[in-house]
Write a protein of this length. Structure first.
Length: 256
């Protein structure tokens, strides 16, 4: 059955003892993680992409959701993979999803690896830190860029977002940064130099402060924040494969 925008998806792999939790971005939906899911499924892993509360429905639902809801959504999804028989669980997240992936890796020492892509530890627009503290418009449209494309084009059913949710993102950013040293599993960090939202420094902070024995970083030169729709997909796929190979996983077509 085709996966619709807004639907969570759970796909059983040929090696159900290994699973990957896929966490979408702010104002995104699970289907946005499908490009990464396809790479992961080539290893026979089970993949699960939950829908974070307030997403894929109405912007008014997003307004009611909090960072605590999103943390609980991820914990519940992790539990579902465990209940399905997954003994090893990897976690992938993009943007807000990257923060949530880091957060659960900080709290769950049994996670085998983290793929944190475009996670915002430092951002370009400083208004995120204070705009919600003062009188502000209830909703704000996503910004456009020089190429005329919307920042959220092709990844969201929302044209705008509740300004008050910047507070939740800020709280999560601070929480995650304070606990980075608790991450000891292998970690792959991706960041684009042309990211419109997240500063490149975020990637270095994550790598430097975690206590992972294996840390790998990839800096993209031509992609924006929504790298999944950029020109460097092949480079990203190769790096993911290299990372998974280095921590002991083998592609299905290479297994005897």
């Amino acid at each position: 059955m085709p996966i619709k925008n807004g639907d969570p998806f759970f796909i059983q792999g040929k090696h159900p003892e290994v699973g990957c939790l896929l966490i979408h971005a702010f104002a995104g939906t699970p289907i946005n993680t499908m490009p990464i899911a396809k790479v992961i499924m080539e290893y026979g892993f089970t993949v699960y992409a939950p829908l974070l509360k307030g997403h894929g429905t109405s912007i008014y639902d997003l307004e009611k959701a909090t960072y605590l809801d999103w943390i609980q959504d991820v914990k519940n999804a992790y539990g579902k993979l465990r209940e399905s028989g997954c003994k090893d669980i990897l976690v992938y997240g993009h943007s807000l999803g990257g923060l949530l992936a880091l957060n659960i890796a900080e709290d769950e020492p049994n996670i085998k690896a983290v793929l944190s892509f475009s996670a915002p530890i430092r951002v370009h627009d400083s208004s995120i830190y204070y705009q919600w503290r003062f009188p502000h418009p209830r909703f704000r449209t996503f910004p456009s860029h020089d190429n005329g494309s919307e920042l959220q084009k092709d990844i969201s059913s929302y044209d705008s977002y509740p300004v008050a949710k910047q507070r939740d993102v800020c709280i999560l950013m601070k929480m995650v940064e304070k606990k980075l040293e608790k991450i000891k599993c292998p970690i792959l960090v991706l960041q684009s130099k042309k990211d419109e939202l997240v500063r490149t420094k975020s990637a270095w902070i994550i790598c430097e402060r975690t206590n992972a024995k294996r840390k790998e970083i990839i800096l993209l030169k031509e992609s924006g924040h929504n790298f999944m729709y950029g020109p460097e997909n092949d480079k990203i796929e190769k790096k993911i494969n290299s990372f998974l190979h280095n921590i002991g996983y083998v592609l299905l077509n290479e297994q005897s």
